[in-house]
Write a protein that binds this ligand. Structure first.
Ligand code: PMP
Length: 734
C-alpha cells in the first residue's frame, strides 16, 4: 500500500498479487454524505453511459455497499470508498504536445456528453472555485501585495459582473469543473488521457466552463502558452459543438479562473499557510498569465477562439438608434444635446477607452471627468466599499471627509486651508460668488470673454459662454491671444473695471478658468497672470481660480492651473475630475473667510462631501500619486504637443496649437470655401465615425479642435489621434 497525493481526501494505492490496482479513498470529513453520494453516483453513471471513458470504477464493499467506514486514530469515523487505480503520468508533469492537448479537449467533450443526463442535488454546492462566485472572493484582493495584480483582478471582477447575466442563459449541465494538470493522467505512449480524477468539485454550470477551466489551468500551471490552449477548445468543439454565445464569455471565464486562483491563494496565505505552499507556484504563474491574457485582449482572443470552435459572434446590429432618439426627445426634450452627427451609444468605459454595444472601442480624447481613466478599479472599489457601509452627510463626524480634505489641502498653498463641499463645478462657483460678495461687499464681477463657469442662476450670469449680452454687473476681459501685449492686457482689465464703476458696481470677484478652455484654450505666461491679478486686486476684488478644467495635474508642469498662470487665488473651485465621475465639487479658501461665511449664512449641502464622495475623491488623489499621472501629463503632453505641431505644419487646414499638458486646442482654418467651423465639425465627425477617436470642438467660433483625454493617456494613444486627425484633414481637403 502506498499513499497518493490529494488536496483533501487521503488516498492509498493498493495492489493485489495478481497485478490489479485499487485506490482506497478516505474521504475528507468536510465532504458531507450528499457530496460523497454524488461522487460515487457520477462514477456509476459514467461507467454506464460511456464505459470507454478513463474514469475510475467503483468497487462495492463486502456488504455490497459503495462506501464503508473506518475509525481514525483521532477516534473519528471516516467514510471510505474503493475505486479502480488508473495508470499514467500526471498531465502536470511537463508541457504536453499539441496532440495531447487535443486529446484532452476531446476527452472533456466525451465526459461532458456522458454527464448530460446526470443530476444530483450536491451539484449546487457552494465552491470558492466556481468562477460565478468570483465577486464574493474579490474582497481577498486586499491580501495581494502587488498593486498591478490587484488592479488586474479588479478589472476581471468588474468585467465578469457585466457577463454574469449572460452566463445564466447558457446551456448548463453537470460538469467535472476541475480538470487541471493534477487531475488528469496521460499515457505517454498513447499521447492520450488515461485518467480523469477527483470528482469532488462537480457543479451544475454552463457547459463552456469545463473547457474554460482546463484552458485557464494549463495557462496558470505554465503547461501551455496562450497560443496553444485553443487546441483544447478546437478538439472539444469537434466532438461537442459549441455555440457563439458560449465563446463570447470564454475570455471572462478563463480570466475569472485566473483571478480565483490568485484570490484563493492570497486567502490561504493568510489563513492556511500549508495549503498556500501547494498553490505558491501557481500564484506566480497565474499573475503573469493573467497579465498576458489582459494584454492580448478580449477582442482578439475571442476572434481566435471563434475560429477554433467554428462559431461566429452573434450578429447584432446594436440597439435601434432611431427608436432611442425618439424616446430621448420625448423624455429629455429635443434640446438635450448630443455629440456627433451620428450620436454614439456607449455602454462601458475602461482607461482611455469607451465601448459601444457591439464592443467597438473608441479612444477617448475628450473626457476629463474620468480623470484617472474610465472605471478605474481603485476608484470603483472605493465607491463600492463606502456605499456598502455608510453614505451620510457632513452633519455627523466621519473621518473620510477629513482624510480627503487633509490630502487635498496638502496640494494647495498654505493660505488655502479649509474646504466647503458641494456637488458640481457650478455649485462650487455659485458658493464662491456668494463668498466673494460677502467678503468684499461688492456686487460686480470680471470674467474672461466666452468663459464658462456653470448653470446656476448666479453663475450663468458669470458665463458669457452661454450667451451675451451680459448683465450689467458683469464685464468680460479679452482672452490672452498670442499677440496680446501685457500692457494692453492691463489696460483691458482697467477698462473693464471702469465700465463696472460707470454702471455703479465694484468688482467682488475675478473668475478665471485657468485653462481658458471655452475662451479658446489659451496658455498665457505668468506675466499675464501677474498683470491681471495686480489690477483686479487693486480694485478690491477676490480672485477665483476655477480649476474645474485644468486642476489635478492636467497642466503637467504644475498640479494646478493657477500655479501655471502665476496666480495666488483667494478661492479655488473644483469639480469634474475630483472624483472621477462621482458628483463632487469643492470650494477651497482661507479658513477665516469660510468661518465668517458659515457664521453669517450657515452652510450645508446634503450630498456635498458625503462619505462616498470623500472615498471617491481620496481614491483619485491616491491613484494620481501612485501612477504618477501629473508626470505622465507632462511627458505624454510634450509628445502630444510636438506631434500636433508637426501635423499642423503639414496642413493648411490646421493653424495655431495652444495649451499644455493634457489639454490642447488646435485651430482649424477654412478650406476651399468651407468655413473653419464647418471644417472642424467635419473633422470631429470623421474622427468618431471612421477612426473611432473622440474629440470635441471649442472656442467662441467653435473652430478649435479640443483634445482633453483622461490622464492615463500614453504615447501610443497620441500616435493614434494624430494619425486619425491627419487622415480626416486629408479627407476634407480631397
Ligand atoms: N467651470 C468650468 C471651467 C467648466 O468647464 C464647467 C463645466 N464645463 C463648470 C465650471 C461647471 O461644472 P458642472 O458642469 O459640474 O456644474
Amino acid at each position: 500500500m502506498r499513499a497518493l497525493s490529494g488536496e483533501r481526501d487521503c488516498n492509498f494505492h493498493l495492489s493485489t498479487p495478481d497485478g490489479r490496482g485499487y485506490v482506497l479513498k478516505i474521504i475528507d470529513r468536510e465532504a458531507g454524505p450528499e457530496t460523497v453520494d454524488c461522487q460515487v453516483g457520477v462514477l456509476r453513471h459514467l461507467a454506464e453511459q460511456d464505459p470507454s471513458l478513463p474514469v475510475p470504477r467503483v468497487f462495492p464493499s463486502t456488504l455490497g455497499e459503495d462506501t464503508g467506514h473506518v475509525i481514525g486514530v483521532d477516534g473519528i469515523q471516516y467514510t471510505t470508498c474503493l475505486i479502480g487505480f488508473l495508470p499514467g503520468r500526471l498531465l502536470a508533469a511537463g508541457p504536453p504536445p499539441r496532440t495531447v492537448l487535443e486529446n484532452v479537449g476531446d476527452t472533456l467533450a466525451r465526459l461532458d456528453r456522458a454527464l448530460q443526463g446526470f443530476f444530483h442535488p450536491a451539484l449546487g454546492q457552494h465552491l470558492a472555485w466556481d468562477v460565478r462566485r468570483l465577486p464574493e472572493l474579490a474582497e481577498h484582493v486586499r491580501y495581494i501585495e502587488s498593486s498591478s495584480v490587484r488592479d488586474d483582478i479588479e478589472t476581471v471582477v468588474g468585467s465578469l459582473r457585466g457577463h454574469l447575466a449572460a452566463l445564466g442563459a447558457l446551456r448548463s449541465q453537470a460538469i467535472h469543473g476541475d480538470c487541471h494538470g493534477q487531475n488528469l493522467l496521460v499515457d505517454p505512449a498513447q499521447g492520450a488521457v488515461s485518467g480523469i480524477l477527483d470528482f469532488g468539485d462537480m457543479i451544475h454550470a454552463p457547459r463552456i466552463l469545463e473547457p474554460a477551466v482546463t484552458m485557464s489551468e494549463l495557462l496558470t500551471e505554465g503547461l501551455a502558452p496562450l497560443a496553444a490552449v485553443s487546441a483544447v477548445l478546437e478538439a472539444y468543439a469537434l466532438r461537442q459543438p459549441l455555440e457563439g454565445a458560449e465563446i463570447e464569455v470564454l475570455y471572462d471565464l478563463i480570466a475569472a479562473r485566473h483571478a480565483a486562483t490568485l484570490l484563493v491563494h492570497a486567502w490561504r496565505g493568510r489563513h492556511d499557510p500549508v495549503g498556500a505552499r501547494v498553490l505558491d507556484h501557481s500564484a506566480v504563474t497565474a499573475a503573469r498569465s493573467l497579465r498576458t491574457l489582459l494584454a492580448a485582449g478580449r477582442a482578439s482572443l475571442t476572434r481566435e477562439w471563434h475560429a477554433a470552435a467554428g462559431t461566429r459572434s452573434e450578429v447584432w446590429a446594436g440597439p435601434d438608434a432611431s427608436a432611442d432618439l425618439a424616446r430621448r426627445h420625448r423624455l429629455l426634450g429635443k434640446g438635450s444635446e448630443l455629440f456627433y452627427d451620428k450620436p454614439l451609444h456607449l455602454v462601458r468605459g475602461a482607461g482611455v477607452w469607451l465601448f459601444d454595444p457591439l464592443g467597438n472601442a473608441y479612444l477617448d480624447v475628450y473626457n476629463n471627468v474620468p480623470h484617472v481613466g474610465h472605471a478605474h478599479p481603485a476608484v470603483v472599489r472605493a465607491v463600492q466599499r463606502q456605499a456598502a457601509i455608510l453614505a451620510t452627510h457632513t452633519r455627523y463626524l466621519h473621518s473620510g471627509i477629513l482624510d480627503y480634505a487633509e490630502r487635498l489641502l496638502a496640494k494647495l498653498p498654505a493660505r488655502l486651508n479649509a474646504c466647503l463641499f458641494v456637488n458640481s463645478g457650478s455649485e462650487a462657483n455659485d458658493v464662491a460668488w456668494r463668498m466673494a460678495q460677502f467678503a468684499t461687499g461688492h456686487l460686480g464681477a470680471l470674467v474672461m470673454r466666452n468663459a464658462y463657469h456653470g448653470i446656476t442662476h448666479a453663475v450663468a450670469a458669470l458665463t458669457p459662454g452661454v450667451g451675451e449680452p451680459l448683465e450689467p454687473h458683469v464685464v468680460a476681459i479679452a482672452a490672452p491671444h498670442s499677440g496680446l501685449q501685457i500692457a494692453a492686457a492691463r489696460d483691458d482689465v482697467d477698462a473693464a473695471i471702469r465700465i463696472l464703476a460707470e454702471r455703479g458696481f465694484e468688482p467682488a470677484a475675478f473668475y478665471l478658468d485657468t485653462a481658458l478652455t471655452s475662451s479658446g484654450v489659451y496658455d498665457p505666461a505668468p506675466a499675464w497672470g501677474a498683470a491681471v491679478s495686480d489690477r483686479v486686486r487693486a480694485a478690491g476684488c477676490l480672485i477665483v481660480a476655477d480649476e474645474v478644467q485644468y486642476g489635478m495635474g492636467r497642466p503637467g508642469s504644475h498640479f494646478w492651473g493657477f500655479e501655471r498662470r502665476g496666480l495666488d487665488p483667494d478661492i479655488v473651485t473644483l469639480g469634474k475630475p475630483v472624483a472621477n465621475g462621482y458628483p463632487m465639487g469643492v470650494v477651497v479658501a482661507n479658513r477665516d473667510l469660510i468661518e465668517a461665511f458659515q457664521a453669517r449664512f450657515g452652510f450645508f449641502s446634503t450630498f456635498g462631501g458625503s462619505a462616498v464622495a470623500a472615498a471617491a475623491g481620496l481614491a483619485v488623489l491616491e491613484v494620481l500619486e501612485r501612477e504618477e499621472l501629473q508626470a505622465n501629463a507632462a511627458s505624454t503632453g510634450d509628445y502630444f504637443r510636438q506631434q500636433l505641431e508637426a501635423l499642423a505644419a503639414r496642413h493648411d487646414a490646421l493653424g495655431e496649437l495652444r495649451g499644455a499638458g493634457l489639454l490642447y486646442g488646435l485651430q482649424v482654418n477654412g478650406v476651399g470655401g468651407l468655413p473653419a467651423r464647418q471644417c472642424a465639425k467635419r473633422i470631429i465627425n470623421l474622427l468618431a465615425s471612421e477612426a473611432r477617436v473622440l474629440i470635441g470642438y471649442e472656442g467662441p467660433d467653435a473652430d478649435i479642435l479640443k483634445l482633453r483625454p483622461p490622464m492615463v493617456f500614453g504615447r501610443e494613444h497620441v500616435e493614434r489621434v494624430v494619425e486619425a486627425v491627419d487622415a480626416a484633414v486629408r479627407a476634407i481637403v480631397a
